[in-house]
Design a protein around this ligand. Structure first.
Ligand SMILES: O=P(O)(O)OC[C@H]1O[C@H](OP(=O)(O)OP(=O)(O)O)[C@H](O)[C@@H]1O
Length: 206
């Protein structure tokens, strides 16, 4: 079975389990166009231009995940050293790491440990169980008001989640300083003026 066959299989299982195409897109980190194609593709029809990233070999092993977050921290240190993040002498860079639930949380936890900073958790609006979908910061972890934050997630697909988090933080008295992600599928330099530091940028060449 090819990896494409596996992806089609996964999408069909999720659909038969009752997930909506939008939920399948979120689950597999694919665009709606790709999900539609996976669920309805005809033989010979050309696949849309999207990529699926399977990083479970790393995410399933805490030590490898830890090493990966060390790379993310170093990537930011280099950006600061190169002046990409202009810091005034004595200025505090960030004191809080905001992990986006769910997949951003283990990454953010290890980054908070590696940088000696506080850990906050953001629940995106799309995960909200209430009728009115709103995002929130978990009361079980650090608060964000008055804090300088970096936002941490695994992947940028459309960028919608990050827009939401940046707006949430600003409207709740926090200062988003930077966004750290493992994979950027959009090639975005900034979200609402907040610079993005991906470890890997994914693009197609065709
Ligand atoms: O750029 P966007 O289009 O907003 O998509 C990216 C988001 O989608 C995924 O979350 P999701 O909630 O689907 O999965 P998770 O629960 O595994 O984090 C991913 O972890 C990002 O948070």
């Amino acid at each position: 079975m090819t990896s494409l066959d596996e992806l089609i299989n996964k999408a069909q299982i999720l659909l038969s389990d009752g997930h909506s195409p939008e939920q399948i897109g979120d689950e597999l980190s694919l665009s709606m166009e790709t999900v539609t194609w996976l669920l309805t593709q005809q033989r010979g029809e050309e696949a849309p231009k999207d990529v699926h990233i399977d990083w479970t070999a790393t995410s399933a092993d805490a030590r490898m995940l830890d090493l990966t977050t060390e790379m993310m921290i170093r990537r930011y240190e280099i950006a600061v050293e190169e002046g990409q993040i202009p810091l005034r002498s004595g200025e505090v860079d960030f004191d809080t790491v905001v992990g986006i639930s769910l997949s951003g949380v283990p990454v953010a936890t290890l980054i908070a440990r590696g940088t000696g900073t506080r850990l906050a958790i953001y629940h995106p609006a799309k995960h909200s169980p209430s009728q009115k979908k709103v995002g929130s910061v978990s009361g079980s972890f650090a608060s964000v008001a008055g804090r300088s934050c970096i936002i941490v997630d695994d992947v940028i697909t459309t960028g919608k989640t990050l827009h939401e988090v940046v707006e949430y933080l600003r409207s709740h008295g926090a200062k988003p300083v930077a966004i750290w992600v493992l994979f950027d599928k959009r090639g975005v330099k900034a979200v609402e003026g907040v610079p993005v530091f991906p470890l890997y940028t994914v693009s197609r060449i065709d």
